[in-house]
Write a protein that binds this ligand. Structure first.
Ligand SMILES: Nc1ncnc2c1ncn2[C@@H]1O[C@H](COP(=O)(O)OP(=O)(O)OP(=O)(O)O)[C@@H](O)[C@H]1O
Ligand SMILES: [Mg+2]
Ligand SMILES: [Zn+2]
Length: 327
């Protein structure tokens, strides 16, 4: 599986490079037709470039001076080219190579290591699998609607659902904005249909846009991955990759904790993941329908004290938005 995905991603890079190279050629033709002087400039630049490479062989004694002279000529030509383009209403870099990711020049690798864009593409496949891709376009900080939360008192809660949600919303924004600097983790708990997954998506999307790797898994799926990995005899490469992502992603979102079938093995695996992430300063968001007491009953003491000590805990309450929307 893993190799499948990687091959697929690499093919995408190839297609991207082909597409951009094609686009660059079209631009060149267009400009050469419109502004013939630019073709002359390009020709001169490449002639000078060849000269440059011969200097060291032909004139080793005053190579440096000659080098500088030619480089200056090239610089002047490039400047003229840029000005010509600008005067005619084109961006100065219109004829430069085109890259979607200038860091790795759309190769997916920087000095033999996977570029952030490569990692993100791999993660995107996980997203596609978990169906979050579609939700992400609909659920983000711009579409978050505070009106769904009532401003009337709610049960014994001190704050109205609206006020409570304003605090949570601000904390989520803050989580995104201070992502690199802080060591905050988040736990969302509360009953169903209150926007826990929605806010996870808001955060996921924002961080993905910043180039962070984000892995979203429901607890159910997560434990499936763990179980598969543990009990499978031929551990496919992709399973391992999925497992690694859980530990290595900049952000791991575990949604719906408490819905999975629980046992001692799962508890200890969960502890390992959460713990490793804490040690390695990687952030995690957990969402659950369980109360803290219920969590304590479901999972080991160790997990709960880990969570309480290292997570900002937010209670969601109010009326089920799913119900409200279907009215
Ligand atoms: N602030 C919001 N603005 C607009 N739509 C929202 C908001 N919060 C939630 N929704 C919508 O309400 C529905 C329920 O939200 P969501 O799935 O996030 O709830 P949840 O708290 O994760 O529930 P569960 O515990 O059942 O998983 C979704 O369709 C979601 O798009
Ligand atoms: Mg949810
Ligand atoms: Zn890249």
């Amino acid at each position: 599986m893993a190799n499948d995905v990687i091959t697929k991603v690499l093919r995408e890079y190839q297609q991207l490079r082909d597409k951009n190279a094609h686009l660059a050629r079209q631009r060149k033709e267009e400009i050469y037709k419109k502004l013939p002087r630019i073709r002359e400039i390009d020709d001169s630049i490449s002639t000078l470039g060849i000269k440059l490479s011969h200097i060291v062989l032909k004139h080793p004694e005053d190579a440096n001076t000659r080098f500088e002279k030619i480089k200056n000529k090239i610089r002047r030509l490039q400047q003229e080219k840029g000005e010509l383009l600008a005067v005619n209403g084109y961006p100065v870099d219109y004829l430069e190579p085109i890259y979607n990711c200038s860091d790795c020049k759309d190769t997916g690798y920087i000095k033999g290591r996977q570029c952030h864009c490569f990692k993100q593409r791999l993660v995107d496949y996980t997203y596609a699998q978990s169906n979050l891709g579609r939700r992400l376009t609909k659920e983000n900080f711009n579409t978050f609607n505070i009106e769904y939360y009532s401003d009337a008192p709610f049960g014994k809660e001190k704050l109205t659902p609206r006020k409570n949600m304003e605090i949570i919303y601000a904390a989520c924004l803050n989580f995104v904005n201070t992502f690199d600097a802080s060591d905050t983790n988040l736990l969302f708990y509360g009953s169903t249909g209150l926007g826990k997954t929605f806010l996870c998506n808001c955060i996921a999307r924002e961080l993905m846009l910043k180039g962070k790797t984000v892995v979203y898994q429901t607890a159910f799926k997560l434990f499936d991955i763990l179980r598969e990995y543990k009990f499978r005899s031929n551990r496919a490469e992709y399973d391992k990759k999925q497992l690694e992502d859980l530990v290595e992603a900049d952000l791991l979102i575990i949604d719906d904790l408490g819905t999975e079938v629980n046992n001692a093995f799962i508890s200890s695996e969960l502890f390992n993941i959460l713990n490793t992430r804490l040690i390695e300063d990687k952030k995690t968001i957990i969402s659950t329908n369980l109360t803290l007491e219920e969590l304590a009953k479901h999972y080991s003491e160790r997990i709960i004290s880990r969570i309480i000590g290292n997570y900002k805990i937010f209670k969601f309450y109010g009326e089920d938005i799913r119900k409200k929307r279907s009215l």
